[in-house]
Write a protein that binds this ligand. Structure first.
Ligand code: SF4
Length: 361
């Protein structure tokens, strides 16, 4: 095992090209990179690009709009992971643009830290309908699937905004300008879905890839791996997080997801529909599906929802097309205290992470 200093030295000793762009697709990776100051520590030829790694940032406006409208109904308790409460939507009824504002207007909106908390609330409030607005990537969706498979109360419904990570990377690689030369693949997603999920990057697109954990050492090991692959023109999928990422991933988690959900075409905020990129409850759990139980709300949300707030470049940031600093309103007026776009709200959003690590225009 090398120390971070040793990995840095090994990277500096490589015959690097003039410019090389490495994309990560995990908010946890981006936070570790930013907080450790890796952008400054690495040779200047290396560009570390945050890509689609924030599920809250890509949660479609129509889902947030629907959650807000439902929360404002009598006898509905809306529960969601904390980040989602402050994400603003573009369209508003009575000037309510976030779940937090709906709560201030009297709606019963409660943050939860785990799916089990949603079940507890539903059991404690049997005469109310509890709507669990669950947005997340594979790592968040697996415990939600576990909760459903265990059996949930009849009054607990789900507004599911689950997304798969790899289709967004695939979409970028299929585009004319993917914008990166190698991929640092997400460790947590790979623990669930297996490293094989990323084989297409190498097999189909011949792009180097390495799965990284969340320590500086693991991220630098993956960085070194993909740089070496690039230099030697020998792309392969390297697992630099083998302590936790095993072949085939976590079979129990995958079974639970398959037993409770279907993979569907899904909209990503500001980006559009990406084929086979979303999780939706399967037919067996249709009576718990908010979209099916309240079709009028779903229709209204689809018709009213727009995309990003004016001036917000979150979609370009999420796809790694620009850095947060290049957004026209980064820092003024968009800050964590006054977030304009979702990337400044979520702990996994690149803008929030860059701001928290002291990066200013
Ligand atoms: Fe969106 Fe704000 Fe980031 Fe601009 S600075 S991309 S508005 S979150």
């Amino acid at each position: 095992m090398h120390t971070a200093q040793e990995w840095l030295q090994k990277i500096c000793d490589l015959p690097l090209p003039n410019k090389v762009r490495l994309m990560n697709v995990c908010g946890g990776h981006e936070r570790s990179i930013s907080m450790a100051g890796l952008r400054k520590a690495l040779p200047s030829q290396i560009d570390l690009i945050p890509g689609p790694g924030c599920p809250v940032c890509v949660c479609p406006e129509q889902d947030i709009y629907q959650a807000i409208q439902m929360a404002l109904q009598e006898d509905i308790v809306l529960v969601s992971f904390g980040d989602m409460l402050r994400v603003p939507v573009n369209v508003a009824k009575k000037d309510i643009r976030t779940l937090e504002q709906a709560k201030a207007a009297g709606a019963d909106v409660r943050p939860v830290a785990s799916p089990q908390e949603a079940v507890k609330i539903a059991r404690a409030e049997p005469h109310k309908t509890v709507v669990f607005f669950a947005a997340g990537f594979e790592t968040t969706i697996a415990p939600v699937a576990g909760m459903i498979a265990e059996g949930i109360p009849a009054n607990l419904l789900l507004l599911l905004s689950g997304r798969l990570t790899w289709p967004a990377v695939s979409m970028l690689l299929e585009s004319e300008q993917p914008g990166f030369d190698a991929l640092i693949a997400p460790g947590h997603v790979s623990t669930v879905m297996g490293p094989e999920e990323w084989s297409f990057v190498v097999d189909k697109h011949h792009i180097p890839a390495a799965i990284a954990g969340f320590t500086t050492e693991s991220l630098l090991a993956a960085t070194y791996s993909v740089l070496r692959q690039l230099i030697e023109q020998r792309p392969f999928l390297d697992n630099c997080y083998s302590q936790l990422v095993r072949p085939q991933g976590n079979p129990v988690a995958k079974r639970l997801i398959q037993a409770t959900m279907d993979v569907v075409d899904a909209p990503w905020r500001g980006i559009g529909v990406i084929p086979a990129s979303g999780f939706e409850l399967n037919q067996r759990y249709a009576e718990h599906n908010v979209r099916l139980r309240f079709p009028d709300f779903a229709k209204q949300a689809r018709e009213n929802a727009g995309q990003m707030p004016p001036g917000c470049d979150c979609a370009k940031v999420v796809l790694g097309k620009i850095t947060p600093l290049e957004c026209r309103i980064y820092g003024s007026p968009c800050t964590p205290r006054n977030p304009v776009g979702p990337c400044m709200v979520s702990d996994e959003g690149a803008c929030r992470i860059w701001w928290s690590s002291g990066l200013r225009k």
